[in-house]
Design a protein around this ligand. Structure first.
Ligand SMILES: [Zn+2]
Length: 429
């Protein structure tokens, strides 16, 4: 992953100047793959007012007409409006819609018609940019109409988004420039690591490195994924890296420990920590006693997840705990989930569960004042505080994978130190 542009410190800012090309590249020009007859050099007859032209090739008997899609337009209407006969338009559109569903047409899209000037402007072909960088070429051939698509060469860039947590994390991430879909993805990922209600403070900072894919001209084709996320909390530093091995894509901490295999901090979604670990006045019994777990307030029926891969050690009603599931994990660690309203169907003592698998539903069974999950982690039989205890992740990258991961991480960290917020750098995989 370490490569030339990183070491030379080449920035997107400077690349932009180099990449401005002297000619207008039309979609049709790129359509040179496949087995069909070669396409006409359409650049030749396109007038580009106010721009000096390079040496002109021999003009082809071809003219181009660009139609811009407006709200409510259909492909059939567009071609009819351009004076294309139905007998030509129909087979051309049939070919087009084999690769591009007609309902996907969006206002602002451009449909380019290739017309034969020596044959009464008969339709030779259509070009439509279906998505950024993905152009569909429809052409008339000796044997009928064919459609081909061409994806522009994509270049990977990395962008830095940085900021402070002000209000909700997701809006803070978006305000820092992270695309909304990536911000939502990151919040989901972090939800199992961070208790947003308790852990996040207005002074907390985040750093996110994410991908953008551009074509050779620098035009944005699409956003990619998050590569790295860092949260500087008042009492904790969280650093995550997305990394791909032969086993697939996963998230790792700085040392290459898989996040997926670490214990979920919050074994349910959208819950509020309502009571912490330690001495407290018991809400029902009145006297002070030790609270051996944490309570998450959530509506009855909210799914409860296994905090890590494990085996069901106990399942059933257990005094004040009510309906309870206890899981055994890596020999020394157990997790306990109490006051459930229901167990997952088919779950029984000895069942294997995967991290994130639903094991039951929030309820208020046993000695409980309202719907909540009482969650405990026990190590070597002793309850530990789930909010601060970080049972060791079970899977760490090994051998060559670990070396490659650390190299990639180091290269990115070095680059990060030189990036300004929303600055972009070209970065190959
Ligand atoms: Zn409790």
């Amino acid at each position: 992953m370490a490569h030339r542009s990183a070491r030379s410190g080449a920035r997107w800012v400077s690349l932009a100047c180099i990449l401005v090309l002297p000619t207008v590249i039309l979609p049709a020009k790129a359509a040179d793959s496949g087995s069909g007859p070669p396409l006409q050099p359409v650049v030749a007859s396109l007038p580009t007012p106010g721009q000096p032209r390079p040496a002109e090739p021999e003009p082809a008997p071809l003219s181009l007409r660009v139609l811009t899609v407006e709200r409510g337009d259909t492909l059939t209407q567009l071609l009819a409006g351009a004076g294309i006969e139905t007998a030509q338009a129909e087979p051309a559109l049939d070919a087009l819609t084999s690769l591009f569903p007609a309902r996907s047409l969006q206002p602002g899209q451009a449909l380019t018609l290739r017309l034969d000037t020596e044959d009464g402007d008969a339709l030779l072909g259509l070009d439509l940019e279906a998505a950024p960088g993905r152009v569909i070429h429809v052409s008339r051939t000796a044997t009928g109409w064919t459609a081909k698509e061409k994806q522009a060469e994509q270049y990977r860039h990395l962008v830095l988004a940085q900021g402070k947590v002000r209000g909700a994390l997701v809006t803070s991430l978006e305000a820092a420039g992270l695309p909304a879909s990536l911000a939502a993805r990151l919040v989901r990922l972090l939800a199992h690591e961070v208790d947003f209600q308790r852990d996040l403070q207005p002074t907390d900072r985040f750093t996110v490195l994410f991908e953008r894919f551009r074509d050779a001209d620098g035009t944005l084709l699409r956003d990619g994924d998050i590569v790295h996320a860092e949260l500087l909390l008042s009492d904790r530093h969280l650093s995550l890296w997305r990394y791909e091995t032969e086993a697939g894509v996963d998230w790792y901490d700085d040392e290459g420990r898989s996040l997926r295999r670490a214990f979920l901090r919050t074994p349910l979604d959208g819950a509020r920590l309502s009571s912490g670990f330690g001495m407290r006045q018991h809400p029902i019994l009145g006297f002070t006693r030790m609270h051996h777990g944490v309570d998450f307030a959530a509506p009855t029926g909210t799914p409860v997840y296994a905090a890590a891969d494990g085996i069901v050690e106990q399942i059933g009603t257990r005094g004040g705990y009510g309906r309870t599931v206890m899981l055994r994990h890596n020999g020394r660690t157990e997790t306990l989930y109490a006051h459930l309203s229901a167990y997952a169907r088919g779950l029984k003592r000895g069942s294997r569960v995967r991290q994130g698998q639903v094991i039951g539903r929030v309820g208020t069974s046993g000695r409980s004042t309202g719907p909540h999950l009482h969650y405990e982690i026990r190590q070597a039989g002793k309850p530990v505080n789930p909010s601060t205890a970080t049972p060791k992740a079970m899977v760490k990258l090994q051998g060559r994978d670990l070396v490659a991961f650390l190299n990639a991480r180091n290269a990115l960290q070095t680059q990060l130190a030189h990036l300004a917020p929303m600055e972009e750098v070209a970065w190959a995989e």
